[in-house]
Ligand binder design. Sequence first.
Ligand SMILES: [Zn+2]
Length: 510
Amino acid sequence: MSAIEYKLYENVFIETNLQSVDYDAVILILYPEDIQVPLPRHIQSFIDKIAKVDKHIHKTTTVWNCDYVSGERLVLSPTGKISPYHDARVVREAAYKGMVRAMDAGAKKPLLVVQNVVNFPDGQLVCILGALEALYIPLQTRERDNTKNISWIGLHSEEKLSEQFEKTVRNALALEKSRILARDIAGSDPERMTPVNIVNYVKSSFSGDSNIFIKVIDDSNTINEEYPLLAAVNRAASQIDRHKARVVEIEYRPSDPSRVTQTLLLVGKGVTYDTGGADLKISGKMAGMCRDKSGAAAVAGFLKACSLLKPPHLKVIGVLCLCRNSIGEDSYVPDELLVSKSGKTVRVTNTDAEGRFAMADSLFKMGELAVKELNPHLYTIATLTGHARLCYGNYTAALDNHSARSTNHSSALQFSGSRVGEGFEVSVIRPEDLTVNNGKGKGEDLIQVDMDAKARHHQLAGGFLIKVGGLEDKNVKYTHLDIAGGAGSPPSEPTAVPILTLCHVHKVLM
Ligand SMILES: [Zn+2]
C-alpha cells in the first residue's frame, strides 16, 4: 500500500500584499497591547474601531468584514494575555485557532500574517507550524477521499521576500512534512499501521533519498535471538502474519562524512497496539492504545526532517521497535524469566509494562554501537508510563543519565521546547530509581517493574532502561523521553512531539 502524499510545497506561497486577489481571507494573530507588534496603519485603525464595538476580540477568534484585506474577510485570532510564564505555545495556539476559524468561515485560500514578535525568537516558525497543523487530514481519511480542505495558503511577512523569511518557511514546511509522517504512523488505526504496513509506509516515504539507508529485521529467528524481550512481548501477536514484529533501522548519513560532529542514536517504542497482554487493560482503559507507537513515529519523523533539511553535522540512526502486545494462547505472562540481549535475566511482573521490553534490546545494541561513534547521544522515545502524564500533563518528561546530565541536556531540551512550542519537563533519575529494578528472587538480575512501587513509575522505567540497556557504567550520553502525556490521545490528533524540539536542539534547521 503506498501512502497518499500530503502535498505542501506547491500550494504554499509567500505573499507581500495583504489585498492580493489570490486570497479569500486574511488571518491575523492579535497580540495584547503591551506586546508591541506593529500592524499596517489601515488595519490598526480598523481593529481600534471594532474593539470599541466588541471588547471580546482579545478573547475569542472572530471574523470581520474588512475592506483592507484579501476577500474582505479578516480573521482575528487573539493570543490572550501573555505573562512572563508563557512561551511560544501561545503563538502556535493562536495560529491554529485562526486557521480553523478561517476554514469554518469557508475560506479556501487563506493568507496568514506571520508577525515578527520580539518575545518569541522562533515565533514566525511556530506561527506557520500552528497554522499548518490545522490543515492536517488523517491518513485514513485521505485514503478514502483526497479532497483538500484548502486550495492554497499564503504566508505574509513584513520582511517581505527576505532570505531569512524564505528560510523560515522552508524549515516550517520540512518540519510539517516530518510531523505528517509521524502523525500518520501514530494516529492510524492498529490495522492500517501494523508493523509490516509501517515498514512499507516508511520505505515509500524515504524512497529516492541517497542519504537515507533503511534496514528491516523481519526474520522471526533473528528477532527471537537478537531482540528476546521484544519477541516475548510479541509472542501472542506473532501467530498472525501481519502483526509479526519488525525492527527498522533508518540511518541518515550526510554527503560529506568529514563534517559530522555528532551521532544521534534514537530508539522508538512502536507498539502498534497495547491490549496490556495477559495483564489485560480493562474497564475501557484499552481505547486509544493504537497511539502506543508514537515514539517510533517520532523517530521516523525526526529522520524525515534530517532527510529534508540535510544537516551536514549529524549522523543519525533511528530504530523503530515495532511489535504488538496482544492477548492470546501464546501470550507472555508474569513469572516468566527472560534473558535480555545485554545478558540480564529479567522476571516478567506485569505484561502491560511492555514498552521497556520492546526497546530494551535495541537500546543495548545502540549503546554498544554508540561507543564506536563520534560524540554520540542516545535517546529512547516512548509513550511509556501513565505516570508521566499524571506528573506533567501533556508535557514530555526528559530524563538524563549521569553522562547526559553533565551537560544538562534535559534543560537544553526544555529550553528548545519552549522556543518551538513543545512542553518539556526535566525529570531526574535518582539512585533508587535504578535499584528498585533489581531482582528480588534468586537468579533474577532485574524485574520488569516493581509492582509494589507506590511512586516514581516513569523515573524507575528510565532506571530500568539504563540497567537493561547495559548503560549503567557506560560513559555515553543518554536521554529518555517519556511522551505518554505529550503525544496526544484520541480524539485529538497526534502531536508528533518531540520532533520540533529535537530539530531545534540539534540544529537540524537551516
Ligand atoms: Zn502497556
